[in-house]
Ligand binder design. Structure first.
Ligand SMILES: NC(=O)c1ccc[n+]([C@@H]2O[C@H](COP(=O)([O-])OP(=O)(O)OC[C@H]3O[C@@H](n4cnc5c(N)ncnc54)[C@H](O)[C@@H]3O)[C@@H](O)[C@H]2O)c1
Length: 445
C-alpha cells in the first residue's frame, strides 16, 4: 500500500519506518525542512533505540521517503496519517492548530477518495472538526469528493517505540465507514498475524480511549506518589507497600513506582486536556484534577528534600544531577521533572553539574541560555564528572548505567556524601553502609 504520514516526530517517524518495514511505500512529510534534509542524509531528529537502522534500511531499499512537499507525496495515495503535535493551549486544552492546518492542506490538494487517519492525540469530536476543515477546502475548489476520517490513536512508549509499534497490545481503530475499515484492516494485517489485536469502535470512542489510557496510567503514578508521601510521614517504607500491592494481579506492578513525578509529551498534556474536555461538557473531573495536582506537587520533591537537609539558602552549594530526559530511553525533555528541579536550583542560587546519556543536546537547546551563561549550570561528559566536588547527587532519570553506581569513585569525588534518589533505584541500607546519606521517595529515613 502507499501511505503518507504528515508530521515526522516521535510518532510519525516510528510509524512510517514500521509501516515501510512491512513492505509499504511510505512518504514522511514535515514542514521542518531541516528535519527532512537531515533524514534524507541519514540524520535522525530524535533518539529512539533501533530507529536509525530501521529508517536507514527502509530508505535505502526505496520504501521510506522524506519530503516537505505534501503534493509530492500524494500521487496515488489513499491513506493519510496526521501525526503532528497537539500541545497544550493556554487553558490546558489540546491545541489543534497543527492538525487543522494539515486537514486544510490535504483538502487543498486532494483529487480522489482518501482516508484521513488521526494518529495525533486529539479531543473527542476532532474527527468531525477535521472533516469540516477538509470539506471546506474541497467546497472552495468546487470539488465533490468523498473521504473518511478515522481515529487511530497511537500507544507507543518513547524508549520502546519500535517494539510497541511492531507488537502492540492493541490497535484501536475508530470508524463507521466499511471502506475505511477495510483499508485499515489490510494495513494492520501484518501486525495482527498471531492473533487479532485490532479493536474497532466508533470514532469518538477511539478518541476518548487514548485519553482514558494515559489518564489511567497517570492515575496509577499519582496514586503511588500519594502513598509515598503518606509513608514518609508514617514511618512506612513505600517500597514494601509497592511490592505488597503490585503482587495483587488486579493491581499489577506496572506504573506504581514512586518518584519525582511524571513528565513527557503525553501524560501531563493529556490529563490536562481531558480535564478541559470534561469541564466543557459541564463535568468536574475530580479524580483527574487530583492526579494532575499530585503530580505538580511531586515534581517539587527534590526541592523539599534538599531544603529539609540544607535549609532554605542553597547559594554556594553544588549539586550533581544524573538524568535530564523525562524517562530513560529517550532524549525528550518535554515536561521533564529535571526542568522543574533545575529551575528551582537556579532560582535558589545553587550550582549544578548535569549529565544525561542521550539528552545533552536537548538540554543545551531547551534550557534557558542564562543558566549556562551564568556558569552555574554545566553539562558534563560523564556521570562521575557530574559529581566532582558536589554537595549531593540527585538521581532524576533512572538510566541503566546509573543503577549500580561506583560508590568508591563517588566517595573520592563528592564533597559531601549524600544521595537524593528521585526514582528509588538504590538500596538505602547498602548506600548507608557505604558511608553515604540517602534520601528516597517514601523510604524510611
Ligand atoms: N511522543 C509520544 O510518545 C507519543 C505517543 C503517542 C501519541 N503521541 C501523540 O502523537 C502526536 C505527535 O506527537 P510527537 O511526539 O510525535 O510530536 P513531535 O513534536 O515529535 O512531532 C510533530 C511533528 O509534526 C511536524 N508538523 C507540525 N505541523 C506540520 C504540518 N502542518 N505539516 C507537516 N508537519 C508538521 C513538526 O515539525 C514535528 O516534526 C501528538 O498528538 C502526541 O500527543 C505521542
Amino acid at each position: 500500500m502507499k501511505l503518507t504520514i504528515i508530521g515526522t516526530g516521535y510518532v510519525g517517524l516510528v510509524s512510517g519506518a514500521c509501516f515501510a518495514e512491512m513492505g509499504n511505500q511510505v512518504y514522511c512529510v514535515d514542514i521542518d525542512q531541516e528535519k527532512i534534509e537531515g533524514l534524507k542524509e541519514g540524520r535522525l531528529p530524535i533518539y529512539e533505540p533501533g530507529l536509525d537502522a530501521l529508517v536507514a534500511n527502509n530508505h535505502a531499499e526505496g520504501r521510506l521517503h522524506f519530503t516537505s512537499n505534501l503534493q509530492e507525496a500524494m500521487e496515488e495515495c489513499q491513506l493519510y496519517f496526521i501525526a503532528v503535535g497537539t500541545p497544550p493551549g493556554e487553558d490546558g486544552s489540546a491545541d489543534l492548530q497543527y492538525v487543522l492546518a494539515v486537514a486544510k492542506e490535504i483538502g487543498s490538494l486532494l483529487t480522489d477518495y482518501a482516508v484521513i487517519v488521526n494518529k495525533s492525540t486529539v479531543p473527542v469530536g476532532t474527527a468531525d472538526t477535521v472533516r469540516e476543515a477538509l470539506q471546506q477546502e474541497l467546497d472552495n475548489r468546487g470539488l465533490d469528493l468523498t473521504f473518511d476520517v478515522v481515529s487511530n490513536p497511537e500507544f507507543l512508549k518513547e524508549g520502546a517505540a519500535i517494539d510497541d509499534f511492531m507488537k502492540p497490545d492493541r490497535i484501536v481503530v475508530g470508524t463507521n465507514s466499511p471502506r475505511a475499515r477495510e483499508m485499515m484492516h489490510q494495513l494492520y494485517a501484518p501486525f495482527n498475524r498471531n492473533h487479532e489485536r485490532t479493536i474497532y469502535m466508533g470514532v469518538r470512542d477511539a478518541e476518548m480511549t487514548k485519553y482514558a489510557a494515559n489518564s489511567m496510567l497517570a492515575t496509577k503514578i499519582s496514586f503511588i506518589n500519594e502513598m509515598a508521601n503518606l509513608c514518609e510521614l508514617m514511618g512506612v517504607d513505600v517500597e514494601s507497600v509497592r511490592r505488597g500491592i503490585g503482587s495483587d494481579s488486579r493491581i499489577g506492578f506496572s506504573f506504581i513506582y514512586p518518584g519525582c513525578g511524571y513528565g513527557g509529551s503525553c501524560f501531563p498534556k493529556d490529563v490536562q486536556a481531558l480535564i478541559r474536555m470534561a469541564q466543557q461538557v459541564g463535568f468536574e473531573p475530580q479524580v483527574l484534577q487530583s492526579v494532575e495536582n499530585r503530580n505538580q506537587f511531586q515534581k517539587g520533591w527534590f526541592g523539599r528534600q534538599i531544603r529539609r537537609h540544607f535549609g532554605d539558602d542553597l547559594s554556594g552549594l553544588t549539586f550533581g544531577v544524573w538524568g535530564l530526559a523525562f524517562k530513560p530511553g529517550t532524549d525528550d525533555m518535554r515536561e521533564a521533572s529535571a526542568k522543574v528541579l533545575l529551575a528551582d536550583l537556579m532560582a535558589a542560587g545553587a550550582n549544578v553539574l548535569a549529565y544525561d546519556p542521550v539528552a545533552m543536546e536537548t538540554a543545551a537547546r531547551e534550557l534557558p541560555a542564562e543558566w549556562f551563561a551564568s556558569g552555574r549550570l554545566r553539562l558534563v561528559d560523564n556521570q562521575y564528572q557530574a559529581l566532582e566536588g558536589v554537595d549531593a547527587m540527585l538521581l532524576v532519570t533512572e538510566w541503566k548505567p546509573f543503577r549500580i553506581p561506583d560508590l568508591d569513585a563517588m566517595r573520592r569525588t563528592m564533597k559531601q556524601r549524600l544521595i537524593f534518589d528521585g526514582r528509588n533505584q538504590y538500596d538505602p541500607a547498602l548506600i548507608r553502609s557505604a558511608g553515604f546519606g540517602y534520601v528516597g521517595v517514601g523510604r524510611l529515613v
